[in-house]
Design a protein around this ligand. Structure first.
Ligand code: COA
Length: 694
């Protein structure tokens, strides 16, 4: 059997190499291997120093997240790090690629750290609902100061090698062979007098008075309802109050509390769900993807411009086709402005902005996009218009080019049918703003080929998006569920609630905004048009709330008209409850014969979320999502579902499907068919199973 950790001696240096592909995660076997080999090198009189390095693409991706939730297996990571740190021979960590989480805490326990230019260190635990639990919160502040450590630990973001050097995290950056350099470095350290310096012994510089209080204020909104960010701050603050060993003990206790929390389980679920979404049973990983060297985007509106920006940002040349020269010019100006804004906010360097803009070219003639490897159509949501464009693209574009439609609701099969290349037609549903939102629903038509899917999934990854494959139906997965969620919110208004109450319940659940505030940002006219299109096919006896239509008829389209579900003052995005809206709501309640009542917050939460979950179950039953965790990924990355709740389907499992089922049955008795549990939900609930068991 292959050794998870390898050992060799070279020039009197013991070289310990983590070898646990793909990311050298620190599972039990690796921990034991490191502990044993450090002891061996320590005991070997012929060894003067030790180098710790990683084989393959990185130093180490951290603790094995799959072990969390399992009974612990000794030695623990803090124990292994203690063995390293107390070794009287100098231990040098040689870092390349990522050194994340425990994979960074391990080098912090070493006496020196050198790095290849590719190295990136991070403590991303907070993104998994955790705090660094192997000394990270105690050693990093001692090494780089409390202020800088708070930045690294609370953001969870990677620090590149050059910054790590200037912050004092690494001692040297080396070009050339990393292990050779580490051996030379270790021998030079071994020559020095006395035991090597341990990070635990460094003094902590007192931060500015009020530093931690300010830090807590800064994260108050972002970290509302969360445990981990607050525990991170508390543990870092302990470095200024407690001796190292006590701080370490406290850190472990805080870590264990986080690890056992529902929040961390939800966030860990999303970590794996995101990676699982890339796996498509009938499109194996080795399906050859086409090379995408040039992209064309059709339409230079908000969506088209946003998509073009992320394509260019990924270094791919992109042509935007807009037949109206004026519209094109305005669109390109918007792109320039948006990139300049990113420079101002520090998200983009001046050089990267220039490179990005240099890759975007506006064209007005369809013949200019004939050589593109993929065309992404992002025009107005109108089936006839899209069909017309696809028929034309099919004749103009080179054979083999992929034709993608950025529709959010329309039937990809109908669009594919007007071409002679249905196997190369696919949906790419980006979310607005496309350069920010990470989700792309990749919509497979009946004839879309495996190669087309593999190519578009790979392109999504290159654009730093999370691509989730879905089937074709009205609204696909996300919007179809969203429709049911918002519809419930509207019914609640008819029965007695007001927008601010519903929004507050959803905000308190953890969403960034409630459905009405979101509507005002997105523009109420968009969903109005969709409702008008659906009106023809809506069953006459289906419950329908006219409140949103009434607001649109009054020209209240949301923030862009400074009036929607709320009123907005000039230049402000802060929603203000509006008596006009309340009048409309009360008027509709009366017309429809509702006796308005006080609706409690639990009812609002249950009705909005359980209908969402019920629709998700129907989607699974119809095979439109591959797995329940794909639905969770869609909702986290496309709709702002709180990550610490793990997505709607994971949340339902946590609540218990029996509870969800019984609540839906109760609601169906009062409100009728809209709440009838889906057969899948019913079956799972009666079998005492969860979506996770599918
Ligand atoms: N524990 C267990 N499995 C891990 C892991 C970890 N810490 N880090 C990565 N993996 C697994 C992934 O699940 C994936 O498995 P799969 O191929 O079966 O889907 C595989 O390793 C490759 O990971 P992936 O993320 O696809 O590769 P990448 O090269 O894009 O990114 C990392 C590598 C390490 C940067 C990224 O995986 C990561 O951020 N990992 C988590 C780091 C972390 O938070 N560590 C602290 C844990 S407390």
């Amino acid at each position: 059997m292959r050794d998870l950790v390898e050992y060799a001696t070279r020039d009197g240096v013991g070289v310990i190499t983590l070898n646990n592909p793909p990311v050298n995660a620190l599972g039990a076997g690796v921990r034991q291997g490191v502990a044993d080999l450090v002891e061996r090198a320590r005991a070997d009189g012929g060894v003067q120093a030790i180098v710790l390095t990683g084989a393959g693409r990185c130093f180490c991706g951290g603790a094995d997240i799959r072990e969390f939730g399992q009974p612990p297996i000794p030695p623990s990571l803090p124990e292994v790090i203690d063995i390293i740190e107390s070794c009287p021979k100098p231990v040098v960590a040689a870092l390349h690629g990522v050194a994340y989480g425990g994979g960074f805490e391990l080098p912090l326990g070493c006496h020196f750290r050198i790095a290849a230019p590719s190295a990136r260190v991070a403590l991303p635990e907070v993104t998994l609902g955790l705090i660094p639990g192997a000394g990270g919160t105690q050693r990093l502040p001692r090494l780089i100061g409390v202020e800088a450590a708070v930045g690294v630990i609370l953001s969870g973001k990677p620090v590149a090698a050059t910054s790590a050097l200037s912050m004092g995290i690494v001692d040297e950056i080396v070009d050339g062979d990393l292990v050779d350099a580490a051996i030379a470095f270790a021998l030079a350290c071994a020559d020095k007098e006395g035991p090597p310096t341990r990070v635990r012994d460094l003094e902590v510089a007192e931060p500015e008075p009020g530093f931690f209080e300010d830090g807590r204020k800064k994260i108050a909104r972002r970290a509302r309802g969360l445990i981990a960010p607050w525990h991170c701050i508390e543990s870092i603050e302990n470095t200024t109050k407690l001796p190292f060993d006590e701080g370490l003990k406290k850190e472990r206790a805080l870590f264990l509390e986080c690890r056992e929390s529902e929040q961390s389980k939800g966030q860990r679920h999303i970590f794996f769900a995101e990676r699982e979404a890339a796996k498509i049973p009938d499109v194996p990983r080795d399906t050859p993807a086409l090379a995408i060297q040039s992209v064309a985007v059709i339409g230079c509106g908000t969506m088209g411009a946003g998509i073009a920006m992320c394509v260019a940002d990924a270094g791919i040349p992109v042509r935007i086709l807009e037949t109206d020269a004026d519209v094109l010019e305005k669109g390109l100006a918007r792109i320039t402005k948006s990139c300049e804004g990113s420079v101002k906010r520090g998200r983009l360097s001046e050089a990267d902005k220039d490179a990005c803009l240099g890759l975007i070219q506006g064209v007005t003639d369809i013949a200019d996009i004939k050589d593109a490897d993929i065309v992404i159509e992002a025009v107005f949501e109108d089936l006839d218009l899209k069909k017309e464009i696809f028929a034309k693209l099919d004749t103009v574009c080179r054979p083999g080019a992929i034709l993608a439609t950025n529709t959010s609701t329309l039937d990809v099969n109908e669009i594919a049918a007007v071409t002679n290349r249905a196997e190369q037609v696919i949906g790419t549903h980006f979310f607005s703003p496309a350069d920010i939102m990470r989700l792309v629903e990749i919509v497979r038509g009946a004839e879309t080929s495996a190669q087309t899917i593999a190519t578009v999934m790979a392109m999504a990854r290159r654009l730093k998006k999370v691509g989730v494959l879905v089937g074709t139906c009205d609204g696909f997965v996300g919007n179809r569920m969203y429709h049911h969620y918002t519809r419930q919110a509207h019914f609640l208004l008819e029965e007695g609630a007001l927008p601010s109450q519903v929004d507050k319940v959803i905000y308190d659940f953890g969403f960034a905004m409630g459905p009405f505030a979101v509507g005002d940002v997105a523009g109420l006219d968009v969903s109005w048009r969709i409702r008008q299109r659906r009106a023809e096919t809506r069953p006459a006896d289906e419950r329908y709330s006219p409140i949103a239509d009434r607001l649109c008829e009054m020209g209240r389209f949301g923030q862009k008209t400074r009036a929607g579900w709320y009123a907005y003052e000039d230049g402000s995005r802060a929603p203000i409850a509006d008596a006009v809206v309340e009048d409309v709501i009360l008027g509709v309640s009366k017309e429809l014969g509702f006796d308005r009542r006080a609706i409690d917050n639990d009812e609002i939460q249950e009705r909005c979320l359980y209908t969402l979950i019920n629709e998700g179950a129907k989607i699974l039953d119809e095979g439109l999502a591959l797995r329940s965790s794909d639905i969770d990924v869609i909702w986290i990355y496309g709709y702002g579902f709180p990550a610490h709740r793990g997505g709607p389907m994971f949340y339902a499992d946590q609540v218990g499907l029996k509870t969800v089922y019984e609540a839906l049955c109760r609601l169906a008795e009062v409100h009728g068919d809209l709440f009838v549990p889906s057969p899948l939900l019913e079956r799972l609930a009666l079998e005492a199973k969860g979506f996770k068991d599918l």
